[in-house]
Design a binder for this molecule. Sequence first.
Ligand code: GLN
Length: 544
Amino acid sequence: MPKYIFVTGGVVSSVGKGITVASIGTILKSHQISVSVQKLDPYLNVDPGTMSPYQHGEVFVTQDGAETDLDLGNYERFIDIDLTAESNVTSGQIYSSVIDKERRGDFLGGTIQVVPHVTSEIKARFKKLADKSEAEVLIIEVGGTVGDIEGQPFLEAIRQMRNDVGRDNVLYIHVTFLPYLTSTQELKTKPTQHSVNELRRIGIQPDIIVCRSDYHISESIRDKISLFCDVERKAVIPLPTVDTIYEVPLVLEEEGLGQLIIDRLIRKTSKTDLSQWQELVRRIKEPLEPINIALVGKYVELQDAYFSVREALCHAALHHNRCINISWVSSEDLEGNGCDLLLHSAQGIIVPGGFGVRGIEGMVKAASYARTNKIPYFGLCLGMQVMVIEFACHILRSNEPNSTEFCDTTPYPVIDLLPEQKAIESKGGTMRLGDYPCQLIEGSLAASVYKEYLVNERHRHRYEFNNEFRILLEKEGMTYSGLSPDGRLVEICELSGHPWMVGCQFHPEFKSRPGRPHPLFLGFIKVAMETLREGAQPTLPLSS
Ligand code: GLN
């Protein structure tokens, strides 16, 4: 029988509960314990795919094509596992499944209620992940904070689990925040006491409290939380803000969290080895020469919208002994003559994924600037489509080539829907989603960095390269360096005569791991490192 760790949040959201969960996974894995992870999201959307990135940040896509919370990306990167659709459960999924069952007549004669019907459906999802993953420990994160109206059924379900699977098989961890009062120069524990009281009110006594804070947490604060929240002193784990998220497993392990979980839940002796992780953090914290990358997108005010892209850039830069300096450029600012102003120091330009027409003109300008100035350009999904639109505009000497997503009357629909997509009207979960194979063409830049010829990459898009324009663009220098194995879909394209103008229809950022950067990101960063821009100074020998 698997063991369960339930992680709740208190006081405020966005304090790093997801990173804490991912880090617990890293720690347990380092103790040779197999883990899987699940995120419970209390909103009524079936998945975050229909939400704006401003609401939710990045939508992370799993290998089997589920559109999920960005925390799943952190779980994958920290634990180095590939998760599936079972790892993200929303209230929308739970309610629609309960209502479907009611309509089918599964509960004939009964009144359908939150307890037990909704809570049973939630618990069935725990079991489903346990059966599928066969992991020894399931770490389950409840989204939001204790006290949120919509989170109540999830909290009730995790409370019931203690009796369902036995006290010895569950552990409750509460992640809270300690605010700092400047006037009295102290950290306050009262909000933590209140959120623990709220948990107790619904029948959950936390076993461990992880205290997030921007400041040092003194021993007396730990004593106070231990006393008022009725948690053993060593189970009050301080987690002050650190320089890099990858440091969190090390801080938690140093505070004894791993051993505490082993003693309380696993009850077996084990040795831990976090040396690779220590090495990673040591290298991230080392002063390294920065490399300037401009990320041109439309959601740049909220960097979480590009979480995996930022991480993938960091992983690749670190591999080349560099750190990354991203300038976040709103594509709308490039619509006039903003390129010279905003891109002059960029050693590489990346255009990530996105939806809708806003900001497209600026992205096309960025692609044109990169092509004409021979600045490395890397297009991810929408970024590839933009690169194709720009190249078509250039060779046809027209500004009419477009994607039918942005202009359905264009005479040159270089990016278009496939016939099978045209028939689909509903918007949720109907894109090309998840892993698809891609065959690489010998002699291409892409093949040279992948060093293999058949790869699987994750997709999330509706529109595709329109094959009617393949020959025209090919004649002018575009190479289709990655195709679906049946040759029907263009997956990667690149421009000859340019150091790195590469676009891919998929999202390589989802597959990058700290210790295993994605080959396309490695290739892009390598070429960008060799690109000297305004103000850059090549290292000169100081003495002869
Ligand atoms: N909007 C484009 C499409 O649907 C690109 C999507 C993306 O970048 N993820 O095809």
